[in-house]
Design a protein around this ligand. Sequence first.
Ligand code: MSP
Length: 638
Amino acid sequence: MSKKFYVTTPIYYASGKAHIGHVYSTVAADITARYKRMLGYDVMFTTGMDEHGQKAENSAKKESKSPQNYVDFVSEDFKKMWTKLNIKYDKFIRTTDKNHKEIVRKIFDKLYEKNLIYKGKYKGWYCTPCEAFFTEKQIKENNNLCPDCGREVKWTEEEAYFFKLSEFGDKLLEYYKNNPEFLQPDGRLSEMIKFVESGLEDLCVTRTSFNWGIPVSFDSKHVIYVWLDALTNYITSQGYLSANSQDFEKYWPADVHFVGKEIVRFHAVIWPAILMALDLPLPKKIFGHGWILFGDGSKMSKSKGNVIDPEILCERYGVDAVRYFLMREFSFGEDGLFTNEALINRINFDLANDLGNLVSRTISMIDKYFNNTLIDNQRFVNSDKELLDLVENTIKNYEINMDNFKFSMALSDVWLIVSKCNKYIDLNMPWDLYKNPENHDRLACVLYNLCEAMRIVSVLISPFMPETAVKIQEQLNISSEICTWDKIKNWGELPKNTTVNKSVILFPRIDVQKELEELENIISNNNNGNNLIKIDEFFKTELIVGEILECEKVKKSKKLLKLLVHDGTKNRTVVSGISNYYTPEDLINKKIILVSNLEPVKLCGIESQGMILASQDINNNVKVIFVDNSVPAGSKIS
Ligand code: MSP
């Protein structure tokens, strides 16, 4: 039976579009999942959306959508982005899933029955964007602003249910002591120990100040506060407390939860306490990664001179380049600064020059010197042994680094092979060997060794850059059977007679200056015209001239007028909110511009079949746009 491995990302707040920092945990989790699958593990990899709470409710309001509509839309957006980034998750959980909601309620009931949840009153400083309460002391220390995001906080008092977190302090400390590896990287655990030792307060787990959440089964004016709802996704996704619990039995406890450093506290204190309260085993590891910081040193800044939309970056450089950059440039446990220039430099140096060049020059030489086919005689000399030893050691180190989530180190080790190979070419000078037919066996051996090294490199990079790995294997024309974890441990798996394919450029070199200028343009277009639309989008709107035949006030409304408009072929009813500015007499027999292909809507019980255009100045004065009476009704406006 194969061993299992369960890896998770945080579930993302459904409140807006993701930036490059957001994708960090998920790319890391995908790489880990692919690596473990490669090693033969039965992997469960989950990600998803945190869809309840005031933040989602507010964002929905801003867009005049229902919360459900809004989170449906955002979730789809995230899913599309994960597809683009080549993220192969096994389950995508949404906290609005029926199954999740049911189980969260059962968990709440269970904790209530065990007397670990009770009703009380909450008073404190609340930060809406962070959905967190803070104590007087925490706020004071931060100029009366939210200690996490620096925004304003509100004094809030409400009746609420509490989870008896305070009862778990000693148990948690005991657990940390016995499991020093529980929280990684080193350093984060001592912070947590200090936090727990300073005394835990009971945790508020419901709200009455908003509705968008899971109602408590026995007290429906309370909705379950997001952290209890969100953290439990890691077990509800596996079918805990449901009829279908095989995955839970198989995969729980999780092997690692990847989380950003600001939510370590929730994962290393609250989550274990909830699990202890439910008598469930704890996850084996929490890894709190660092932040990707932007121009102004903050983690959430909107683009300050950097393109941070992951989709734009993937379109310009390819998904593998973006994945590689994220994992190579930053040390996973620490913060790092994102710049366009650093990204382009990595692509140029590591991918185009080092890796891309190695592959293309090797394949071209096999083409040039041996008409695409190698026949190897395997006569090793010293420089070959050095290469072989390096490869062997790198595979060992790679495994250690990957198992410890030291992605950047794993990659930099793989690049030792890449640069060794480039040096190996310079040292052996294939072009010189070719000059003398007596050296052709040696030349074949050199090229064979390079192909072998590339086969191994392709497998080692495959969790990070799955498309590039396949492209290299295609150029080498080797079967996937020898591109496995077990097979890279044997030097010489590549058949002695190898016919390679034509070389293709893996990563085109980027003109740094030109590219930086283009990125600047993208940023200023984004900043100046977030709402730009394409011409074909504009042409979707049908505008025609209409003639107002009749007009009357809508009885139940102060604002609305009901108009009968002739559109050139028929009459239609249009309801318009201009009653404060026009009397029916002002409008009858006038020609106006009508949006004629709007989906009908009901306003005050009347179906409106279109909309008339009006202008609104800065003082909110509304003026209907009248058209010269000589223009016939039904004329198109374009
Ligand atoms: N919904 C909660 C998590 C609940 S998990 C039970 C949440 N969501 S989030 O959308 O705000 O953040 C999701 C992840 O993105 C977090 O791990 C967060 O640290 C990460 N990041 C957001 N911005 C980031 C950077 N700039 N850099 C690295 N990771 C960052 O928190």
